[in-house]
Design a protein around this ligand. Structure first.
Ligand code: IMP
Length: 182
């Protein structure tokens, strides 16, 4: 198994370098700093596990008081295609009523996960303001419309790994984002 994964990493083609990702995150953080007041608390909800690196780097650059929270959803299993429904694994959150909320996702593919999360937070928690950030937007694969307020990069319909994104649980630790040639 490890030999197979090592071999696959050498086959990866880089799509976004570490430097390009970090530069874009600095730009997105500036956009977020301009939208949310500096003196109001912002609850940043990272959708685990894929968004953990993006959300962690992003919050370091935000200027308002941040409460960092996590939810865990599963939609892919061990395949490269979304199974089409969201399995909430852990939606434990503090009360968000009247608060400013930013949901952070690694990638929007079909849009099913993002739709679920935004609707769930709006309906169950009634925040004051809710915005949605995604590092990657695979817009050509969209099945459900999603308003992405802060977007890192648009990508083609490729399966990508690295910088939090995984294949069968691996490659999340890569500092860059890449894909396997077909
Ligand atoms: P969606 O519900 O189809 O939009 O998929 C959302 C989730 O699928 C993301 O949060 C990722 O965890 C996963 N996903 C979608 N595309 C990719 C990919 O190219 N690589 C790794 N994970 C992906």
């Amino acid at each position: 198994m490890l030999a197979m994964l090592n071999k696959k990493e050498t086959e990866l083609l880089e799509l976004f370098s570490e430097e390009a990702i970090q530069k874009r995150i600095r730009e997105i953080a500036e956009e977020i700093n301009a939208v949310f007041p500096k003196d109001e608390e912002l609850v940043v909800i990272a959708v685990l596990a894929g968004s953990i690196l993006f959300a962690s780097d992003l919050i370091k650059r935000l200027h308002m008081p941040i409460q960092f929270e996590f939810v865990r959803l599963s939609s892919y299993g061990h395949d490269q295609k979304s199974c089409g429904n969201v399995k909430p694994v852990d939606l434990t959150l503090p009360g968000l009523e009247g608060k400013n909320v930013l949901i952070v996702e690694d990638i929007v593919d079909t849009g099913i996960t993002a739709n679920f999360m935004i609707d769930y937070i709006k309906m169950q928690h009634k925040p004051e303001k809710i915005k949605f950030a995604a590092l990657l937007d695979k817009c050509c694969a969209r099945q459900k419309h999603v308003d992405i307020d802060f977007r890192g990069f648009e990508i083609d319909d490729k399966f990508v790994v690295g910088y939090g994104l995984d294949y069968m649980g691996y490659f999340r630790n890569l500092p860059y984002i890449g894909y396997f040639p077909q």
